[in-house]
Design a protein around this ligand. Structure first.
Ligand code: PXL
Length: 265
């Protein structure tokens, strides 16, 4: 029988399903990988107040129990981290990665939520930078997160992106992929991969009239899924990019505030 590869996402639940855990599990499924999940926070939105969101963290003890269930009880071929929510939880995740020697660690350093450019929990952000990124096989910040993590005012131009990637690699991440996304000042989406030696650029045209909530989660989940199957970072980045582009092209409206990507092909 063909080996079934397993991936774990440690992420938040976006109740309306565009981002976070839902997006990750759908992506694992599409990549033919068995998905498991450790839930960190629940993000609920207010339909009567401009879809403003509130984040409800789960008790740390409960998160630890989930981590033990999966990491000790089953085992994983790759792990992806998303919204963690507190410095204490970052520490627990770091200890878990070390204790169970988890392979193929993909860190999506979720520092912001639902299009708001403000660091959600500064102490958690610092812990991600100092403790989690050094354990990452791949770290996938968007340009806003890259600027924070690399201590730069902004990451906009190609030179900025390359400098930020060098700095994140120096923090200990083996591979750095910076996603320019909608914040790019050009007509392209440019993703840059730096493995400590070379830069690889991937660009696709900007898409109009689409929804891309959850694109970051989906992108890093796709990379984790491919790494779980033994693919190289370079190959998984290319596949992740085309998968995300197709999912954005197929996106659909949920309400006046948000839409969702189509994860199925
Ligand atoms: O896209 C970042 C993100 C990650 N995880 C959860 C989220 C969001 C954005 O809203 O809700 C749970």
């Amino acid at each position: 029988m063909k080996k079934i590869c397993k991936a774990l996402t440690i992420a938040g639940l976006d109740v309306s399903g565009e981002a976070g855990l839902n997006a990750d599990l759908r992506t694992f499924e599409e990549f033919g990988v068995y998905g498991m999940s450790v839930l960190t926070v629940i993000v609920a939105c207010d339909p009567d107040n401009n879809w403003s969101h509130d984040i409800y963290p789960l008790p740390l003890e409960l998160i630890e129990k989930q981590l033990t269930t999966v990491c000790k009880g089953v085992g994983v071929d790759a792990v992806k981290t998303g919204m963690l929510g507190s410095a204490e939880l970052v520490e627990i995740v770091v200890e878990t990665i070390k204790k169970y020697r988890l392979p193929n660690v993909v860190v999506d350093p979720v520092l912001v939520c639902k299009g708001i450019d403000e660091i959600m929990v500064p102490t958690a952000a610092r812990a991600i930078k100092e403790k989690l990124i050094p354990l990452a096989d791949v770290v996938t910040p968007n340009s806003f997160e890259a600027a924070y993590l690399a201590d730069m005012d902004r990451v906009e131009t190609r030179e900025d992106v390359e400098e930020a990637a060098r700095r994140l690699h120096a923090l200990g991440a083996k591979n750095v992929i910076i996603k320019s996304g909608t914040r790019a000042s050009t007509d392209e989406y440019i993703d840059v991969l730096f493995d400590g030696k070379t830069f690889i650029h991937h660009s696709t045209e900007r898409l109009d009239g689409v929804y891309n909530m959850g694109a970051g989660c989906t992108f890093s989940a796709a990379i984790a899924a491919d790494l779980a199957k033994g693919q190289t970072v370079r190959a998984s980045m290319a596949r992740a990019k085309s998968y995300v582009t197709a999912a954005i092209e197929g996106s659909f409206r949920l309400n006046d505030h948000v839409g969702a990507m189509r994860h199925w092909r």
